[in-house]
Design a protein around this ligand. Structure first.
Ligand SMILES: Nc1ncnc2c1ncn2[C@@H]1O[C@H](COP(=O)(O)OP(=O)(O)OP(=O)(O)O)[C@@H](O)[C@H]1O
Ligand SMILES: C[C@@](O)(CCO)CC(=O)[O-]
Ligand SMILES: [Mg+2]
Length: 305
């Protein structure tokens, strides 16, 4: 049996706008998805979503991974077991992490010799197949780790402050939210395109700020980004409550992360106030997770049997 894992992510800037080629800055976090694989007589996929065979309704990402990997090797039967620290459908890149960890696990099991670049590219193709429209961001950062700027695919310095995630526990589907933004953009191009382009500008400004470790200025821009995400309709009352609770308890910044509509928000904390922010999020009805940026992308956890 071979086990690989891949990290989830939070966006400092640029979700949704990056789907239209604008810049985004995305950060891998210490919460990971683990995928174990071994050869078997049939295809079995086991996760918190159930136990299925190749099944595009219940396990779309992993089913596409198996089909894509058949371009590189002959996969007959395989038993895949998924365990994840990432909430499903919540803005922390659970789909990218399960996709990337599954590709790497099969890559090792069948000795396909795919490089990290190949894995990120294959992962992006799969997110596009399931979502209809997807940027390379989530799969690239889950593969490479660290902090990445997309579409440049440039690695930036690590973010050295605590990251507090607040989960509304309201499930959202990235495919659906990306579709809603596409509709708004086509209904009101003269209004929505400049908003997306302004979101993109924040990453361009923030690239230097990340190198300087100027989190206070990064935070001001993240708060502006939050307002623009609300403007394109991916906010919710629950997300706003958690955002204001985090800011009210001393967070440097707080915004939605990922597709929105529900799911999670992210706050940057100062050295000493992550616990206070977590408590404010919990008192407002959310679940708080204190995490950190990680340099490590997809990795082999164990080879045994
Ligand atoms: N632990 C898991 N086991 C199996 N499939 C999973 C798991 N986690 C996520 N998935 C797949 O990913 C889908 C959710 O992906 P979606 O892109 O909608 O949300 P997300 O990736 O959590 O958030 P975002 O894309 O905004 O970061 C699930 O419906 C499921 O198909
Ligand atoms: C909403 C979105 O920008 C981020 C989802 O984590 C979609 C994508 O980039 O594919
Ligand atoms: Mg996703």
């Amino acid at each position: 049996m071979i086990t690989c894992s891949a990290p989830g992510k939070v966006y400092l800037f640029g979700e949704h706008a990056v789907v239209y080629g604008e810049s985004a800055i995305c950060c891998a976090i210490e919460l990971r998805t683990k995928v174990s694989v071994e050869k078997s007589d049939e295809i079995i996929i086991e996760s918190v979503l159930g136990r299925t065979g190749l099944d595009h309704d219940n396990h779309p990402y992993v089913s596409y991974v198996i089909e894509k990997m058949r371009q590189f090797t002959d996969i007959q039967g395989v038993h895949i077991v998924i365990e994840s620290q990432l909430p499903v459908g919540s803005g922390l890149g659970s789909s990218a992490a399960v996709t990337v960890a599954s590709i790497q696990a099969l890559n090792h099991l069948y000795e396909c010799e795919l490089s990290l670049e190949d894995i990120a590219k294959t992962g992006h193709e799969i997110e596009r197949m399931v979502q209809g429209n997807a940027s390379p961001t989530d799969t690239y950062v889950s593969t490479m780790g660290g902090v990445v700027m997309i579409p440049q695919r440039k690695k930036l310095d690590l973010i050295n402050c605590p990251i507090v995630v607040g989960n509304t526990h309201k499930f959202s589907s990235t495919k659906e939210l990306v579709g809603n933004v596409a509709k708004l953009r086509s209904d009101f191009p003269s209004v929505v395109e400049p908003i997306l382009s302004n979101i993109g500008q924040m990453s361009i400004l923030a690239e230097r700020l990340v190198a300087e470790g100027d989190y206070e200025t990064i935070g001001k821009l993240m708060n502006i980004n939050q307002g623009l995400l609300d403007a394109i309709g991916v906010g919710s009352a629950e997300l706003s409550s958690l955002v204001y609770a985090a800011r009210g308890s001393g967070a440097i910044s707080a915004k939605i992360t990922g597709a929105g509509g529900g799911g999670c928000m992210v706050a940057l904390a100062r050295e000493n106030n992550a616990q206070d922010i977590a408590k404010a999020i919990e008192d407002t009805g959310g679940e708080a997770i204190i995490t950190k940026n990680t340099a490590e992308g997809v990795r082999l956890e164990s080879l045994h049997g």
